[in-house]
Design a protein around this ligand. Structure first.
Ligand code: UD1
Length: 434
């Protein structure tokens, strides 16, 4: 097993380049299935969720060729399976995008229920509603979701909740459906727009992505394309906070500053200096950090996937801050770990009250999910002493070589092997939050 060992107290400085967006890549890779020709996808991050998506494509019969560190040629023309096996799919929540892509292409799909308790905390009822409105029948049995349709037809889909995954899945299923599909109460995240741009570059006709009404006129066929995934908004935000937490001075390159607006505004309120350029952003701190309140909401609000990181920063700020989680029920599980590092945080339901102590102390901790893991790294960088972070497979699902990038900024962070003391060492059964 591997863990990160972070020796805190070093100020980050220098330049770092952000990788392609995880949440766009995990939808765009399955979307290649819809094409009748090979596609080239660039700026794909090297993370384990991408590796799983590529493995699923290969298992279904696609030919995947690596063209460089972050580019792949994917030929979907020989795909002859419509089933994503349980063992592979359950490792990644986003395997649900294979449902929309396979249904859109072949009018049938069989995919394992995504990990965790699927109709409990992370339901997919809105995804299924969209498929059904477009003309598909679904059955759930033995942990598998089966979708079939004689033909898919355009229709009006109204989502009861704003869901990133359901919006993207509806787009994937509707893009070749006959007639006009109108998605109302759609999610507006940058990765929704990226998926629409990718599909449009293959000949789809999608309008309004990035607003809450998306219109899709079905087309008969989609052709090959050469497309670069957008930069990762959350990775960029994580490095912004790592720079701030260490009172550093970092130029973060390959970003779309517009996507970072809600994060930028909040950091400025906390006392962080930010200068925006066309495709980079400089973050530095030369004064005290001060309290604020943060509430996570769907885009363009403050992203839930930045909540653990900003809460960590607020433990270092002066005064009492309030963080309210507006998307997920259980997103404060990392708080116990931060408390081990000296943070003073109390949680009541969806609200955390953070008494800024201005300092953290190194401790052995465990990442309970991807963004919680990133937050613990930030805490370790800012803390005095040594922080050891276990269960780093969560972090590697979504961050492309985080420790290497941090080291290039002057951080003292190493990935080390350590013997597994439990008999059940695999991570397959562990639940991923995001
Ligand atoms: C995606 C992101 C995740 C991020 C989240 C919110 C990916 C792979 N993951 O997750 O990192 O935290 O968006 O920005 O892109 N809901 C329902 N029914 C559904 C679907 C969702 O009730 O069918 C609820 C959820 O319980 C949650 C809310 O809607 O409370 C938002 O979830 P959703 O936007 O769907 O998140 P994901 O797409 O799973």
């Amino acid at each position: 097993m591997e863990k990160f060992v972070v020796k805190g107290g070093r100020r980050l400085s220098g330049e770092v380049t952000i990788s392609g967006a995880k949440n766009a890549a995990v939808a765009i890779l399955p979307a290649v299935i819809l094409s009748d020709e090979p596609c080239i996808v660039e700026n794909v991050p090297s993370i384990s969720d991408v590796n799983i998506s590529l493995r699923i494509l290969k298992e279904m019969g696609a030919e995947v060729t690596m063209l460089g560190k972050d580019a792949y040629r994917i030929d979907p023309t020989r795909i002859d399976k419509y089933c994503v096996p349980y063992e592979t799919a359950r490792k990644m929540r986003a395997s649900y995008y294979f449902l929309g892509a396979l249904l859109g292409k072949f009018n049938k799909a069989r995919v394992s229920m995504p990990g965790g308790c699927p109709l409990g905390d992370r339901p997919i009822d809105q995804h299924l509603k969209a498929f059904s409105v477009l003309g598909a029948d679904y059955t759930l049995s033995q942990g598998m979701i089966d979708l079939t349709a004689d033909r898919l037809h355009g229709n009006q889909i109204f989502f009861d909740v704003v869901s990133v995954g359901a919006t993207m899945n509806a787009m994937l299923a509707a893009v070749k459906a006959e007639g006009l599909t109108i998605i109302e109460n759609a999610a507006k995240e940058p990765h929704i727009v990226d998926l629409a741009n990718f599909l449009n570059s293959m000949g789809a006709n999608i309008m309004g992505a990035g607003t809450d009404v998306i219109k899709i006129r079905g087309v008969e066929r989609l052709h090959g394309t050469n497309y670069a995934v957008i930069p990762d908004q959350i990775e960029a935000g994580t490095f912004m906070i790592a720079a701030a937490a260490t009172k550093g001075d970092v130029l973060i390159k390959n970003v779309i500053p517009k996507h970072l607006e809600s994060i930028t505004k909040k950091l400025e309120k906390i006392g962080v200096n930010i200068e925006q350029f066309d495709d980079s952003i400089r973050v530095w701190v030369d004064g005290p950090l001060v309290k604020t309140s943060v509430k996570t909401t769907p885009h363009p609000g403050f992203p839930t996937d930045m909540q653990p990181q900003i809460a960590t920063l607020l433990t270092l700020a002066e005064g009492t801050s309030i963080v309210t989680e507006g998307v997920w029920e259980q997103r404060f599980r990392y708080v116990d770990e931060l408390r081990r590092m000296g943070a003073d945080i109390s949680v009541d339901g969806k609200v955390a009250v953070i008494e800024g102590t201005g300092r953290l102390m190194g401790a052995p901790v465990k990442a309970c999910d991807l963004r919680a893991g990133a937050a613990l790294i930030i805490a370790g960088l800012a803390a005095s002493g040594i922080t050891e972070i276990e269960d780093i497979f969560h972090i590697e699902r979504g961050y492309d070589c985080m420790e290497g990038k941090l080291r290039s900024l002057g951080a003292d962070i190493e990935k080390v092997n350590f013997p597994d003391s439990t008999s059940d060492s695999g991570n397959d059964g562990k639940k991923e939050a995001v």
